[in-house]
Write a protein that binds this ligand. Structure first.
Ligand code: NAD
Ligand code: GLY
Length: 365
């Protein structure tokens, strides 16, 4: 088992990465206030892994109840949040009960927000089962739901007490989902970790082939990168914004295409190309850097162009994103490969040109 710590003083927590961890109930029990838990999962993940987790917890003496939500990004909404709160109240969950999210980023985000808001905050554990959730969404305490007018617009910071990433769960992950997770892995290399980027350029085919050692290394390295950024800036008053590289464009793609049509990671990949293109247009990256990024995303099987929503629609959707400041778009751009900066000064004409250059109708390849 590999372990990474998110250093947040008295709220520090471990991320454990390894095989067979769903059965290691003692790891979960050690992070609970009392041996009482509610596990939230979804209709795809529950039949695969819920029994394994619940059996282990019960075997360790934990009083466990479960809730299974419908699957999909369109259910990262108020109805799912209500369903969790209803179940907690109906089951008389106490403030000391631990809420455990078993699933991908959707389950983790909505369950985390339910945990943040139930009785003003209950203990929360993330058991991520997608690559994307293991390298990104389960770490760092961002929780929330979507609003029809914008992605993740309703939410809270609420750190988990533990992240348990069982690599066995990735065996059943559909290929498209695995590739979507790689978009966030590549992000870390681009924004702050050139050595990791070089490793990815050497090894990306080992990841798409699900080679166990390569996956374990990439997940651990991604978690180290994310943990360091979160420890430095938990609530995104500065540095943490770099984790949103490609996301302002990507969120517009997800909302504009209709939640769930483009996977989050796919939208981030196309958004990464738009951000790289814009970085080039304002003179920060050269054309060879942009080509290098495109090549890696292609090799990971990710889209490198966004859908043809129309530039006006992109800008409209991006103006609802949380990254607006005094009416100006604050975008995360690359000063160079391995160094991201937040920039509010990109001329609108260049933003328009970057979107136009990197979106197309027949664009999913
Ligand atoms: P997801 O949760 O929808 O999971 C993808 C699909 O895979 C779903 O159908 C799910 O049921 C299924 N699945 C999950 N685990 C599986 C397994 N082991 N085997 C087979 N199928 C499995 O999507 P995701 O990509 O995990 O997460 C995307 C979400 O995460 C988005 O809503 C995004 O906004 C959010 N996110 C949040 C943060 C954060 O910091 N909180 C960061 C990045 C992304
Ligand atoms: N995924 C962006 C963040 O956690 O800050």
């Amino acid at each position: 088992m590999r372990s990474v710590t998110v250093e947040l003083g008295s709220r520090s927590y471990p991320i454990h990465i390894g095989r067979g961890l769903l059965s290691c109930a003692e790891l979960l029990l050690a992070r609970m206030s009392v041996p009482r838990a509610v596990v939230v999962s979804n209709e795809v993940v529950a039949p695969l892994y819920l029994d394994r987790l619940v059996t282990a917890l019960r075997g360790a003496g934990v009083d466990v109840s479960t809730l299974v939500l419908p699957d999909g990004e369109i259910h990262k909404d108020r109805a799912s949040l209500d369903a969790i709160h209803d179940a907690l109240l109906a089951g008389c969950a106490e403030r000391s009960t631990t809420l455990i999210a078993l699933g991908g980023g959707v389950t983790g985000d909505v369950a985390g927000f339910a945990a943040a808001t139930y009785q003003r905050g209950m203990p929360f554990i993330q058991v991520p089962t997608t690559l994307l959730a293991q390298v990104d969404s389960s770490v760092g305490g961002k929780t929330g739901i979507n609003h029809p007018l914008g992605k993740n617009m309703i939410g809270a910071f609420h750190q988990p007490r533990l992240v348990l990433a069982d690599l066995d769960t990735l065996d059943t992950l559909p290929e498209r989902e695995l590739k979507a997770g790689l978009a966030e892995v590549i992000k870390y290399g681009l924004i702050r970790d050139r050595e990791f980027l070089a490793w990815l350029e050497e090894n990306v085919e080992r990841l798409t082939a699900r080679e166990a050692e390569a996956l374990a290394f990439a997940i651990e390295r991604s978690c180290i990168d994310k943990a360091q950024v979160v420890a430095a800036d938990e609530t995104e008053s500065g540095l943490r914004a770099i984790l949103n590289f490609g996301h302002s464009f990507g969120h517009a793609i997800e909302a504009g295409a209709g939640y769930g049509v483009w996977l989050h990671g796919e939208a981030v990949a196309a958004g990464t190309m738009m951000a790289a293109e814009l970085s080039h247009r304002i003179g920060w990256l050269d054309a060879a850097d942009v080509a290098r990024i495109e090549s890696l995303l292609r090799r990971a099987g990710l889209p490198v162009r966004g859908p043809a929503l129309g530039v006006d629609r992109y800008l409209d959707l991006m103006s609802h994103d949380k990254k607006m400041e005094a009416g100006r778009l604050r975008l995360v751009l690359l000063a160079r490969i391995g160094e991201a900066l937040v920039h509010a000064g990109a001329p609108e004409a260049e933003i328009r040109a970057a979107i136009a250059a990197r979106s197309a109708d027949h664009s999913r390849q």
